[in-house]
Design a protein around this ligand. Structure first.
Ligand code: ADP
Ligand code: MG
Length: 272
């Protein structure tokens, strides 16, 4: 990424898991909000044709004039599609249903998997510099997700604390390894976050133990509990952190943001 402004380029992270309903969008919205709340400038890219992140931030389809579709398919400059949200420092690149046909429309482009990376290269010259770009991926390992992985420095994987959690993860790990070999050598796993955790449920506890034994330090210490406020907030078009900042779910995402930033600082310290 060219950096002619003297500012640090944004760190680009995919929030991915090919399973639906594991908390990707909830994590994108609330981690993004928590980072914005401590002064980081965050761009949330909604890469799911369902547009849940866009709706959850109160941007309904009528307000989405330019979307991720225009950026990927028509190569509309990225800054024309970015919109402000009600959260200071949090910006959104909205999605729309036509994104679901992007793979068909791009079929003749040999470099279709690098479309998003190309689009993001403009960000470094965009007047509003971002600290983080969070890409909310669709629930599949399709062209859209591959575009996200090819454009990212790292991946955050939300993992629902349930029986088959680890099985689904191996498929994702394999894809990440393939992307690293063919498209994006620097791609890392940023961290794995357990979501919808129920501490009274033995299965949740067993899954947590398994996941920590298998994946060690990749797993965030912070665990996101199952919390009804997290599921109610999107219908009000608000991050849970605004809807009810004292709820257990909101507190967990604020802790996750702090842990994410601590890890980042540690990495910088180790590299210098
Ligand atoms: P994904 O983006 O992976 O499909 P979502 O973030 O949309 O998953 O979550 C799926 C559903 O579960 C949504 O209705 C969401 O509101 C709800 N949900 C997500 N995380 C939690 C949680 N920690 N507690 C309770 N409900 C949650
Ligand atoms: Mg989602």
């Amino acid at each position: 990424m060219s950096d002619n402004s003297g500012l640090k380029p944004a760190k680009i992270l995919s929030i991915a898991n090919q399973k639906g309903g594991v908390g990707k969008t909830t994590t994108a919205i609330n981690l993004g909000t928590a980072l914005a709340a401590v002064g980081k400038r965050v761009l949330l890219m909604d890469l799911d044709p369902q547009g849940n992140a866009s709706t959850g931030l109160g941007i309904d389809p009528s307000k989405r004039s330019m979307t991720m579709y225009d950026v990927l398919v028509d190569q509309t400059p990225i800054n024309e599609a970015i919109i402000r949200t009600n959260v200071p420092n949090l910006f959104l690149m909205p999605s729309s249903v036509d994104l679901s046909s992007a793979d068909v429309e791009l079929v003749d482009d040999q470099r279709r998997v690098l479309r998003l990376r190309g689009a993001l290269e403009e960000l470094s010259t965009f007047e509003d510099e971002f600290d983080y770009v969070l890409i909310d991926c669709p629930p599949s390992l399709n062209l859209l997700t591959l575009n996200a992985l090819a454009a990212s420095q790292s991946v955050i994987v939300p993992l629902q604390a349930e029986f088959f959690a680890l099985e689904g993860l191996s498929q994702l790990m394999l894809t990440i390894r393939e992307v690293r070999q063919s498209l994006n050598a620097i791609l890392k796993i940023e961290g794995i976050v357990l979501t919808m955790f129920d501490g009274r449920n033995n299965l949740s506890l067993q899954v947590e133990q398994d996941v920590r034994e298998n994946l060690g330090d990749l797993v965030y210490k912070t665990v996101v509990p199952r919390n009804v406020r997290l599921s109610e907030a999107p219908s009000f078009g608000m991050p849970a952190i605004l809807y009810d900042h004292k709820s257990r779910g909101s507190i967990a995402y604020q802790k996750l943001a702090a842990e994410f930033l601590r890890r980042e600082n540690r990495r910088v310290a180790e590299a210098t």
